[in-house]
Design a protein around this ligand. Sequence first.
Ligand SMILES: [Zn+2]
Ligand SMILES: [Zn+2]
Length: 275
Amino acid sequence: MSWIQNHKDCEGEHNNMTNTNAIRCTFLGTGTSMGVPVAGGFGRNWVSKDPRNERWRCSAWIQSEDTSVIIDAGPEFRLQTIRAGVEWIDLVLITHEHMDHIAGLDDLRAYNYKQEFPIPLFTNEESATAIRQRFDYMFEPIKYPGSTSLDIEIIDKSRTFRDLTITPLPCTHGNVDVQGYRINQLSYLTDVKSIPESTKERIRGSSVMVLSGLRWSPSHPTHLTIPEAVEIAEELEIPMTYLIHMNSYVDHGKSQKKLPPHVRLAYDMQEITIP
Ligand SMILES: [Zn+2]
Ligand SMILES: [Zn+2]
């Protein structure tokens, strides 16, 4: 039974207003490219021992009544799926080609074995090319038996997937084209430096935005800082924004105190519901 079905069953007869567009987002990882702490544990003491200061590479699990979607599959993908109990994946959305977002794609083969179909993967053109090059063995005419089976589709405009409306949100990340996604009322963007006006139009009206904010300062050539991300959340008048992709210097507790109430730091395994 899906979590929405559970929720409906608890509502009783008086409320027939269940919003079937509602989705749940579980943050599988909220850390920057090296994770927090980094390999070797270096810099572990830069932040407090609050477990929310341990951040695996950025990924999210989106669930609606009928559909289970993963956004990005980085180096901890296998561990993240086990930790969160992801037992089925209908669709993978990839934001861009950097390895902290795609290194775990090979582990989708466990789902291929169970589900017995190639997993649809939506992304932009640049990332599709990179995935086909780096994981070339998955796309050979005669594949090694048991290798991962993905069905890549480049999306550049809004489309329906089962009970979800998915809209690509193209942005820039240095010289890399990154693509966030609006899924119903949630806009998810990571590894962003600037958001074009046409993409801002697609984000406006979202109830919740997830946006990357690397660190407090100084500014970075390819990533938004936390203050820059807050500025965008305010400009777009999003009721609630969660920040992701934070580095080893960002302390959860201290940062929360400095942020306005409509902007929070996300943490690994946090679950939010988007109406
Ligand atoms: Zn990244
Ligand atoms: Zn990146």
